[in-house]
Structure formats: structure tokens, C-alpha cells
Design a protein around this ligand. Structure first.
Ligand SMILES: [Zn+2]
Length: 316
């Protein structure tokens, strides 16, 4: 089954060259050639790659190691569902040896870049992950993209990234495989940490409620129900109907608290918490790693933070 959101542009996991668009990009590249020399996909000093957001950039960096450099498009603090690309984004993608997307209905803004970037090949690193439907429509529903929030899906991303890097840079094969193996050991420990930490939360408290119902994959893997004001940020409305539905759900459960996201306006959940008479128990990372200096600049740290915050919030 293939995602249909970029039908005809992205064919499965295969690499494909996006049609060149034109003069504007070429002129841009010529202008910046002198200052940007290291930032070309095939530069002598390593690979240059661009991903769509900070979490997948961290995954790529872990495997890439010292053999290149990776940038991401959506700044930390903004969410990757809806984004307005700026000229430097087009330039970065054009200069990259590969444009690395997540896929699974995440980047709804991607077409703008794909249509305007130069001949940069594009790949989707979620290929092979078993999708959970976004909403109740089941089979007719697009997938929920937030698979990264469960550490149990990370091996699929890392395998796809490793394969892609070896194809781009065969000389690095040994290094990429060693990096991937070491990182997956770390992810294994992270998975055990989450399982151990969350094991003692009482059954009736095992509900993660947020503005965006982004924890479905985490919930399925670690035994939590999940709820949101809305299902995905690109459908964000925060209507009074959506808010009162969540308040009703919470009043039927004995949960001590709800959560807010680092990348979503917290006012919706403040209203929910007030009306349902529960506390906001902390901030969770969903669609970006932490800002510089937060202590959660990497995927592993952000997931540890999430697990600790959930345990603290729901254990009492
Ligand atoms: Zn999201």
C-alpha cells in the first residue's frame, strides 16, 4: 500500500528524481556558490542532507556520524504538519544529496518544496511502519503520522536511513552500520526504560490527553488510551464541541491530569483542565525535539522526558 498524499511524486521507498524547476534556483545557486561551497550534496568533504523536521534530522545524524551534515526545515517550536517554506529551504533541498521526508501524512506542505527544488532525489523513511489510522474511519482514514513517539518504531527509521546512506555513499558502509547498531542499542535501552517506568501506573490512570492526539503509537505499545481535542494539528480547530467532548471523556475517567505540548498553544488544554477539574501535569514533546539548552535536544532525551512526565503526572 502506498501513501496517496504525494501520488506520482513519491513512489514507495524508491529514490526518485524530482523535476528541475528552473531559473530562479539556478541563479540562487550561482550567487551563493562561493559562500556555500561545502553545502553541496556531492561535496568532497561529506554528504549534505536535508530532512523535514528536527526529530528525523537527529535519526539521520546518528547514522551519518562524521561523514556529512544534516539540516532540517521546520524550526523547533513550529509543528511539521503545516509549514510555509522560505527561500533558504528551497536552497537547502537543492543543495542536498537527498531530501529526507517522514511520510505517512505528516508533511502536508511538501508539494511546494518538491515542485520548486532542483533535481534532488527524495525518500520517505517511515516506509515499513505499520500505520494506525488517524481517526475512526478505519481503513478509509489516512495514517496517523506520529509513529516516532514510540521507540519501538525507531528501528524501521534507522534501517531505512542506513540503507539510503549506503546507497549514496558506499565507502561509508561499515561506519554507517556500526553507527546504526550502536544507536539501536541505545534505543533498546530507551524502550526498556519506558516500559519499566510506566509499568506501575494504575490501570484507571492510563490515559494520555493532549491538544493533539499524537500518542496513539506510544499508547498502543506501552498500554495507554489516548485522547486529544483534535486528532492532528493540521485539522486544528479547538471548537467548543471538541473541547466539551474531551471534558466528558475525562469526567468518566479518574485521571489525575492532562498534558500540554511544547509545540501547541496551551490555552485549549487549560480550558479543558479547568472545566474537567484536573491539573496540567507537564509538557510533552511531540513534533520537535527540545530547544538548545532544554536538556532534551535529542530524540532519546525527549522520550525519556516524556516517560518521566507521564509517570509523574499519572502515578498518584
Ligand atoms: Zn503532530
Amino acid at each position: 500500500m502506498k501513501q496517496h498524499w504525494l501520488k506520482g511524486l513519491v513512489a514507495g521507498a524508491g529514490l526518485l528524481t524530482v523535476a528541475a524547476c528552473g531559473d530562479a534556483d539556478e541563479a540562487e545557486n550561482n550567487d551563493t556558490a562561493n559562500v556555500d561551497e561545502e553545502n553541496t550534496g556531492d561535496a568532497g568533504d561529506g554528504l549534505y542532507l536535508t530532512t523535514t523536521f528536527s526529530i528525523t534530522a537527529d535519526f539521520v545524524e546518528q547514522v551519518l556520524g562524521d561523514r556529512g551534515e544534516v539540516d532540517y526545515i521546520v524550526p523547533i517550536g513550529e509543528e511539521p504538519h503545516e509549514y510555509e517554506p522560505v527561500p533558504s529551504d528551497f536552497r537547502n533541498v537543492s543543495d542536498s544529496a537527498m531530501f529526507i521526508t517522514h511520510g505517512m501524512n505528516l508533511e502536508e506542505w511538501l508539494e511546494q518544496i518538491v515542485e520548486n527544488a532542483s533535481e534532488t532525489p527524495i525518500t520517505e523513511i517511515s516506509e515499513g511502519i505499520d500505520p494506525i489510522p488517524l481517526d475512526e474511519e478505519g481503513e478509509n482514514s489516512p495514517p496517523d503520522p506520529h509513529a516516532w513517539l514510540s521507540p519501538k518504531n525507531v528501528d524501521t527509521y534507522i534501517d531505512n536511513i542506513t540503507e539510503m546512506l549506503i546507497e549514496l555513499d558506499p565507502d561509508g558502509e561499515e561506519e554507517y552500520e556500526a553507527n546504526a547498531e550502536a544507536y539501536l542499542e541505545e534505543i533498546d535501552e530507551l524502550d526498556q526504560f519506558v516500559e519499566e517506568q510506566t509499568a506501575d501506573i494504575p490501570e484507571e490512570h492510563r490515559l494520555i490527553a493532549l491538544s493533539e492526539n499524537a500518542f496513539k503509537y506510544f499508547g498502543e505499545d506501552y498500554g495507554f488510551d489516548t485522547e486529544g481535542v483534535w486528532e492532528i494539528n493540521s485539522h486544528e480547530e479547538g471548537t467548543s464541541g471538541q473541547i466539551s467532548r474531551l471534558i466528558d471523556v475525562l469526567s468518566e475517567r479518574e485521571v489525575p491530569g492532562v498534558f500540554v505540548e511544547t509545540t501547541v498553544d496551551s490555552r485549549y488544554m487549560e480550558t479543558v483542565a479547568d472545566d474537567a477539574d484536573v491539573e496540567i501535569k507537564g509538557e510533552l514533546y511531540t513534533d520537535a525535539v527540545g530547544e538548545e539548552g532544554s536538556g532534551q535536544e535529542t530524540y532519546v532525551d525527549m522520550i525519556r522526558h516524556n516517560a518521566e512526565t507521564i509517570v509523574e503526572g499519572l502515578s498518584e
